[in-house]
Design a protein around this ligand. Structure first.
Ligand SMILES: Cc1cc2nc3c(=O)[nH]c(=O)nc-3n(C[C@H](O)[C@H](O)[C@H](O)COP(=O)(O)OP(=O)(O)OC[C@H]3O[C@@H](n4cnc5c(N)ncnc54)[C@H](O)[C@@H]3O)c2cc1C
Length: 435
């Protein structure tokens, strides 16, 4: 037994957990008539309440972390669902393979990556994680273990990808990796002065690079609104497969209050914007600093103090992206709240196989806010209106506030997921928005 929270540590609802080490442990915890509903829990890297069980009791999946088989000629790996992307990289990179899609942290499980159908800096070319899942096995609470793929149980396959862990417990996953020559990334970073320039850079360079993303100074305003760095990257053709691992430090304590305030934010954002001396800079970097800069500081979420924080991530359809993102940034800048890193990304048109996948063809913006009432609720309500009117949506993996009305309008397939939901699984998020 242990106690778990979500990454944002808001809402503060500690979960008791039973840990699974072997698939045979699951029937005891899950099959038959469990006393109350439960939920699978991976690494708890979801920010809000989608990884918290309504009953406050979860099944911890990290112990199911074995590679079952791997074909290093084709790059197809089959592993238990508690294996993390960090573990996958450890076994696959030296053989010339890498996860096809990775979020901004490698400490996520395969099960968690499917349940949120995670996306990465290459969404505009590779789509979401679910696009590369060939098959998985799903334990249902009625005792059945079902194989799901595009051809076998296709309804459950589609409902489980982005299905927020509600359709069953994923036991094992078959994933197609992507070939790489080295563990290095050829990176180019261009400083841009405002939001218009971001969209122009995106238009010019997205098609030519596998990975693109921008960091935006969310406190800049006026003619500098939306200024930032546009970062492109591609797997390097040369270099070692295992570059030197970066050192890690850990946030050692829980400060009683947030270390993130208006002053520290303004200083950091301004310094970061100017830290790149040349306007256009090229470098070769290891995959760790390129994909996972935040993983360097373990438990960085503690910086926000005991009240925690919320991330706001929305995606706006292409036709409305520029004016809506500008309006959102204006409102954030005027509020004086915001985060060190606002991440702006152009998502592509690749359709996910999942019914409730978050990305749309358009622009996604993500940033963190210290949990401070009533300011945060007031700001989020104002931002939600802009997102809703622009036909956009919020990311359940990051959410702890979305209204039921906005959720249902933004994810019309939710009823199909509800129809296939395992009756023994229920999250706080789903209770809030769907029931
Ligand atoms: C620093 C940071 C950066 C991030 N960057 C991105 C990003 O770029 N793109 C992106 O898409 N996301 C991003 N995320 C969010 C993260 O990738 C997702 O929340 C991911 O799903 C977390 O996986 P997890 O293993 O921690 O799952 P958890 O957070 O523990 O759980 C997530 C969901 O998966 C379900 N689940 C877990 N295991 C199983 C299983 N075996 N069977 C069925 N359901 C299961 C849970 O029930 C829950 O609904 C980021 C998070 C952090 C902290």
């Amino acid at each position: 037994m242990g106690r778990r929270l979500s990454w944002g540590r808001y809402p503060a609802r500690p979960q008791t957990a039973d840990a699974v080490a072997w698939p045979d442990d699951l029937p005891r915890l899950f099959v038959g008539q469990p006393p109350a509903s439960t939920l699978a829990y991976g690494c708890g890297r979801s920010y809000g309440d989608s990884c918290l069980a309504e009953s406050d009791h979860v099944i911890a999946m990290r112990g199911l972390d074995r590679v079952i088989e791997a074909d290093w000629k084709s790059g197809v790996i089959r592993a238990q669902a508690g294996l993390t992307l960090s573990d996958v990289i450890d076994v696959a990179l030296r053989r010339g393979w890498f996860p096809p899609v990775t979020p901004g942290t490698k400490f996520v499980t395969l099960g968690g990556a499917i349940a949120n159908d995670v996306h990465g800096k290459n969404h505009h070319v590779q789509g979401t994680f679910g696009q590369h899942v060939l098959e998985f096995t799903l334990q249902r609470s009625d005792g059945r273990v079902l194989t799901c793929s595009r051809n076998e149980n296709p309804d459950l396959f589609a409902a489980t990808i982005g299905g927020l862990g509600l359709t069953g417990i994923i036991l094992a996953v078959t994933l197609q990796l992507r070939p790489v020559h080295s563990g290095l990334i050829a990176q180019r970073s261009i400083r841009f002065g405002n939001l218009r320039e971001f969209f122009e850079l995106s238009q010019e360079y997205d098609a030519a690079h596998e990975y693109t993303v921008a960091w935006v100074d969310c406190l800049a305003s006026g003619s500098r609104l939306g200024r930032g760095h546009y970062i492109m990257g591609d797997h390097s053709a040369r270099g070692p497969r295992r570059p030197a691992a970066p050192g890690r430090i850990s946030m050692p304590i829980d400060p009683p209050f947030s270390l993130i305030n208006q002053l520290s934010l303004r200083c950091f954002n301004s310094l970061y914007y100017h830290r790149q001396r040349k306007q256009d800079e090229k470098r070769v970097v290891g995959y760790d600093p390129f994909f996972y800069p935040l993983d360097k500081l373990l438990n960085w979420n503690r910086m926000y103090g005991r009240r925690g924080f919320q991330q706001y991530q929305c995606v706006i359809p292409q036709a409305n992206a520029e004016p809506a993102i500008a309006e959102i940034l204006k409102r954030i800048s005027a509020s004086g709240m915001g985060s060190f890193l606002a991440v702006l990304k152009q998502c592509g048109p690749v359709q996910s196989p999942g019914l409730m996948s978050f990305p749309l063809h358009g622009a996604s913006l993500a940033l963190d806010f210290a949990q401070r009432e009533p300011a945060i609720s007031r700001l989020f309500a104002a931002l939600d209106e802009v997102v809703h009117e622009a036909g956009g949506r919020l990311y359940p993996a990051k959410d702890a506030h979305m209204s039921a009305a906005h959720f249902r309008a933004a994810y019309p397939a939710w009823q199909q997921v509800e129809a296939l939901r395992d009756p023994a699984l229920m999250s706080q998020f789903w209770k809030r928005v769907a029931l």
